[in-house]
Design a protein around this ligand. Sequence first.
Ligand code: NAD
Ligand code: UDP
Length: 324
Amino acid sequence: MARIKRILVAGGAGFLGSHLCELLIDRGHDVVCVDNFFTSQKSNVEKLLSRPNFELIRHDVTIPISLEVDEIYNLACPAAPGHYQYNPLKTIKTSVLGAINLLELARECRAKILQASTSEVYGDPEVHPQREDYRGAVNPIGPRACYDEGKRAAETLFMDASRMYGTHIRIARIFNTYGPKTHPFDGRVVSNFIRQALADEPITIYGDGSQTRSFCYYSDLLEGLVRLMENEEGFVGPVNLGNPNEFTVKELGDLVWELLGKKPKYVFKELPVDDPCRRQPDISLAKEKLNWEPKVQLREGLARTIEWFKSINLDDFRAPTPNY
Ligand code: NAD
Ligand code: UDP
């Protein structure tokens, strides 16, 4: 049997974090979830509270923390544009100070540490699909910069900790990921479209809907994250994790309507500033090093996500509020 580890999941009450906590608990590990609940709520981890190998700590990663752990997954950061732009100064502090504090903890404990980075480090890319050696085209002064530049700085901090202290780091560049337990009011495209179509409202398309994204189902993404953390080869440097199948936003809308068996209705709104035109991961590195590639394709993943949206009561979710 694999060794049981003490694992910290920062941002563990969020969409990806809560699924990751559950997966690690199910594999027998001792899991400590740290979260300030800025973009999540306790109900995401409620059913885990009765598990003996799970602990929940309300904590903000911009403040140092002392714990004894073997592995750290740093997922703590608002991820949806509406959430991270709500308080941009807090967002960049979360990425930068969160990385500094958790890297320090990793150094103290000699723990392995994984950073949940993002395809946003490529900005609005001129290179397509995006490979890890592409340095990106981020607008450093635009409304997305608090997130993009914060995540880029976090990658810098991780690489420097590896070079200076030999910290065992991992960096996952995560592309758009969706699935059950995404916050229904996060404003991201999948949650908006499903919520709107279920309510028989027109789907809001920003711009003309020709911009593309490549959507990864959460279970595939988590398998990639855990493989990256556990990879014994321990190669240093970022790895793209995402589903390379690329869709326009309009195609996504059409598919949501088709899966619901309803007649499509759209309303077109202004494209947000700096909205990337295209995004598609080159996952050759993950295939080669982690023997990983996504299995769940968009039609199936969307159908499962729609079922989850049908099962929830939207009144149980509060729109995220500032945490101070
Ligand atoms: P999410 O908003 O559901 O989860 C983020 C969690 O971090 C929330 O529980 C939030 O309360 C917590 N958090 C925020 N600021 C914090 C702070 N200062 N201290 C402690 N906790 C804090 O988002 P998600 O989609 O689950 O994303 C998880 C991670 O993956 C994020 O770091 C995000 O940048 C990264 N990521 C996600 C995607 C995606 O498509 N879902 C894509 C790229 C990268
Ligand atoms: N989008 C849209 N309608 C919505 C929400 C988003 O057309 O109701 C578009 C958005 O402009 C972007 C794409 O969908 O081009 C993905 O947006 P999301 O906020 O989900 O993620 P990100 O832009 O960070 O990839």
